[in-house]
Design a protein around this ligand. Sequence first.
Ligand code: IMP
Length: 183
Amino acid sequence: MSEGENPVNNPPQKPQELISAEAIADRVRKLGEEIARDYQGKELVLVGILKGSVLFLADLARAIPQLDVRLDFLAVQSYGDATSSSGVVQITSDLTKPIDDKHVLVVEDIVDTGLTMDYILDMLRTRHPASVKLCSFLHKPSRVKKPCAIDYLGFTIPDRFVVGYGLDYAQRYRNLPYIGVLD
Ligand code: IMP
């Protein structure tokens, strides 16, 4: 076996760049300015949806250093085939603290059909927060089945399966610093 050859998996294909790391940094900075303005003087709980939002949440949190921010996470499993969710969602790891009377900003990697986010937002609203808003890094409007209001949006993208900046295909590519498209 030659050096670097993987006997189990093929080497990952290099995705074609759709959104550069520079464009991402610029957009996240602007989202941070908007969020800092809107939540000035308030305590804010950023709720990251694992695992896809982790890179976005890390950058977004650092773009709002002037706010009083807590971080918490929800892990969910969306059932469906490899590239599409069915709307059947299971919470596999819940928040660590109650959110009663808190201002909650849900941080998501992508709203595709909207089924996962519809479920999560409804579930969080039953816990009596002071407010719940959504910040999604990406949105594919052409695939929406359950429209949900995205209060802060990074980029609108066409109906392509994208990876990178936290988004995966079969758990790969999350560590790419840009958003790319697989063939
Ligand atoms: P929805 O319920 O169809 O909106 O799907 C939401 C979830 O599906 C996202 O949080 C992602 O985990 C996954 N997903 C949807 N589209 C893509 C994509 O293009 N690339 C990677 N994951 C995706």
